[in-house]
Design a protein around this ligand. Structure first.
Ligand code: 13P
Length: 248
């Protein structure tokens, strides 16, 4: 039985004082046992958030990492730095990073490797643009993102430590959620690809989330679909709505 996960990707929102105020307001209401709840604030807010969340069941996630351990990489943040801020999860390959910061599958693969070496669980995002969905190449694109991002990653890590998030780009921040059929179809396709690449056992263990305009109205049916193990929530994770989404 896969444990459900609800992760909040705050993106570039909330200063330190806003982080403190919001987390103090919601933390007791989202600290639950039966769902893994992950909050992903900005790098600046991570350590403060780890102090506020200390003693709760809520996990801390980062939104990005650099793939080298340390050195002359001005402006970058390493996996050991994330560990020192008590980070358990890290988003990689988000479409905003792929499109605005040229993050390729090869870079995503390196980031996954450095995270695993540092015992941080990667949340690997995959997804297609509207043009790609409308083309006949939709499934090839997702399968290529998976294959290249997971290159040389062993099956134990995929089964136990990697979370995959299917986020159709056209549904992010647009209020245009994928239909339940579209989300379930792609999450099942992803699970089938994992079975092909690894084994049935790994495919049954890996958690696959849906992300893209998840809100209090659509969360319940999405999260409870057969092949969807939870949600990666953007805009709604910055509001009290996040509490309702965790509780549904
Ligand atoms: P929205 O929920 O705001 O559409 O964002 C989804 C997302 O990008 C989560 O990573």
């Amino acid at each position: 039985m896969r444990k459900k996960m609800i992760a909040g990707n705050w993106k570039m929102n909330y200063t330190l004082s806003q982080t403190e105020e919001f987390l103090l307001e919601i933390k007791d209401r989202i600290s639950v046992d039966d769902v893994d709840v992950v909050i992903c604030p900005s790098f600046v807010s991570l350590y403060l958030a780890s102090n506020i969340l200390d003693g709760t069941n809520i996990h801390l996630g980062a939104q990005n990492v650099f793939y080298e351990e340390k050195g002359a990489y001005t402006g970058e943040v390493s996996a050991p730095m994330l560990v020192s801020a008590f980070v358990d999860y890290c988003i990689v390959g988000h479409s905003e990073r792929r499109t605005m910061f040229n993050e390729t599958n090869e870079v995503v693969n390196k980031k996954i490797k450095i995270l695993l070496e540092n015992t941080i669980k990667p949340i690997l995002c995959v997804g297609e643009s509207l043009e790609e969905r409308e083309s006949k190449k939709l499934f090839d694109i997702i399968s290529n993102q998976l294959n290249e991002s997971l290159k040389d990653i062993d099956e134990k890590n995929v089964a136990d430590n990697i979370i995959i998030a299917y986020e159709p780009i056209w549904a992010i921040g647009t209020g245009k959620t994928a239909t339940l059929e579209q989300a379930e179809e792609m999450c099942k396709f992803i699970r089938d690809q994992i079975e092909k690449k690894y084994s049935k056992k790994v495919a049954q263990s890996v958690r696959i989330l849906y992300g893209g305009s998840v809100n209090t109205k659509n969360a319940s049916e999405i999260i409870n679909s057969d092949n969807i193990d939870g949600a990666l929530v953007g805009g709604a994770s910055l509001k009290n709505d996040f509490v309702s989404i965790v509780n549904c």
